[in-house]
Design a protein around this ligand. Structure first.
Ligand code: SAH
Ligand code: SF4
Ligand code: F3S
Length: 472
């Protein structure tokens, strides 16, 4: 038997890239590849790239510089290393990568990675291969062949893509160009994936999409199902304790989604709902097609459907022409809503987007200053939200052994990490925890009603699984 070939994959960007990287591993497992932590030892290195901000895209070329050295070293030792660039930079700048980086063997866009085995073969016979074709239909298995590999469980919590692409065209954003038009997977395929994951021990599913609540997939009844209906169906699958979805857009919040929050205990009361700015003039220039008041009303509707619901968001500071007064409107919105957490970014002009041609720029110093003020406000809201957990008893889904011996870590409904001393057989269970303190971002507590404490010998080591957030 041939020894397995080693695959190293490095992913940047959003949750969908994390998911796509796992799918690439699943696809290449069929070709005899096993994952390795070290790029130097790998027979194939894949960079799964992100194009969202300049800093993210520039990382690719510096990483390729390092990989070239490793590839040359491997060649000196008589070993062949192949390098592939996947993800959104591959989609946006595929030709340029081929031109600028002779070390790259394969360039593959986010809609074509299930063709990796064929592309590697093509690179072997023809030298190099580039594939950045749409449509996404192909990847979602509508068209034979090849079909994507079956989804594999990894731990307690899993992402499942239900929707990909975006038709919104915010003026600052590359996603509609790198991920293409909005496409929803049929309900039956999603149910198959979730059942398969549940059978293999997964207890929490996060449905992901660039615009997940624009979901409009074909149902088994031949009708178009909205996200709320899909969630209601998935909640019936045995073994699924928790459902989440990300990232949603304020314009696509419909009654089915609010009813799902009202009716489904499995649906977690924590919603990532990016708003970007609190100024109506800036929102219009961003082509968000909603005002700050529209957003406030959406938040109110969520709160009316479930009173313990909490929110996170994304913000951009220093969008072209943003005045101090317009930035103050963002601070006012944040103050009024009260977030459990949020991501904030300095505006980064992206080639090919309409905002990149806007001339009224905000100075770097001003952007830094505004980002600092916004982050300070968000941090204070986040820490108040976390501190409010102390003294409460909250449900935690336990995921794995923590670094400290004897401790098991899980997450609350609001994705806060929570640590308890307990036996590893609580992994995969949702149990009430009495929270007694907060250490940085982690809650510490005791199983409510817990009696026996485990001894060290009953602990089994588990691998780390980290959560990644949208474009963070
Ligand atoms: N599909 C999601 C998020 C896409 S990208 C949505 O519509 O909300 C994640 C975040 O990156 C965005 O919400 C935005 O805050 C930020 N972002 C996108 N383009 C950016 C740019 N050109 N400069 C700075 N931040 C940007
Ligand atoms: Fe689409 Fe979100 Fe990008 Fe706007 S910010 S274009 S909604 S992905
Ligand atoms: Fe692409 Fe996700 Fe980045 S969609 S551009 S990898 S944030």
């Amino acid at each position: 038997m041939k020894p397995p070939r080693k695959l190293h994959i490095k992913s940047y960007g959003c949750q969908m890239n994390v998911y796509d990287a796992q799918r690439m591993v699943d696809t290449l497992a069929g070709e005899g590849f096993v994952e390795t932590d070290s790029a130097e030892d790998a027979d194939l290195v894949i960079l799964n790239t992100c194009h969202i901000r300049e800093k993210a895209s520039e990382k690719v070329y510096s990483e390729l510089g390092r990989l070239r050295v490793a590839k040359d070293e491997a060649a000196r030792n008589g070993r062949e290393m192949r390098i592939a660039v996947a993800g959104c930079v591959a989609q946006a700048e595929g030709e340029e990568i081929i031109r600028r980086a002779p070390t790259v063997d394969v360039v593959v866009g986010p809609q074509s990675y299930h063709h990796l085995p064929q592309l590697l073969a093509r690179a072997k016979s023809h030298g190099r291969a580039l594939e950045t074709e749409f449509p996404v239909e192909d990847k979602f298995g509508f068209l034979p062949p090849p079909k994507p590999a079956a989804i594999r469980a990894r731990g307690i919590s899993s992402f499942v893509t239900v929707q990909e692409g975006c038709d919104k065209f915010c003026t600052f954003c590359v996603v509609p160009y790198t991920r293409g038009a909005e496409v929803s997977r049929p309900v039956a395929k999603i149910i198959d994936d979730v059942m398969r994951l549940a059978d293999n021990g997964v207890r929490e599913i996060t449905l992901i999409g660039q615009n997940v609540n624009a979901y409009h997939g074909e149902g088994p009844d031949g009708r178009t199902w909205p996200l709320g209906r899909l969630l209601t169906r998935l909640a019936e699958i045995p073994g699924i304790a928790r459902l989440r979805y990300s990232t949603s857009h304020p314009r696509d919040v419909d009654d089915s989604l609010l009813e799902a929050h009202r009716d489904l205990p499995e649906l977690m009361p924590f919603v990532h709902l990016p708003v970007q700015s609190g100024s109506d003039r800036i929102l219009a220039a961003m082509n968000r097609k909603h005002t700050a008041d529209d957003y406030r009303r959406v938040i109110d509707r969520f709160r009316a459907s479930r009173q313990d619901i909490a929110f996170s968001s994304d913000f951009i500071v220093g969008f072209p022409g943003e005045t101090e007064g317009e930035f103050a409107a963002t601070l006012a919105l944040v103050t009024q809503i009260g977030y459990a957490g949020a991501y904030s970014f300095k505006y980064s002009p992206r080639p090919g987007t309409p905002a990149a041609d806007m001339r009224e720029t905000v100075s770097a110093a001003e952007m830094d200053e505004r980002l600092g003020r916004l982050q300070e406000l968000i941090d204070s809201q986040q820490s108040a939200f976390n501190k409010a957990m102390i003294g409460k008893t909250v449900d935690v889904l336990f995921e794995r052994a923590a670094r400290n011996p004897g401790q098991i870590v899980g997450r609350t409904a609001y994705l806060q990490p929570a640590h308890v001393m307990a036996s590893p057989d609580i992994i995969g269970k949702v149990l009430p925890v009495a929270i007694d303190s907060l250490e940085r971002y982690s809650l510490l507590g005791e199983l409510a009603g817990a009696s026996a404490r485990p001894t060290l010998s009953t602990l089994s080591p588990m691998t780390d699984s980290s959560q990644v957030n949208a474009g963070a």
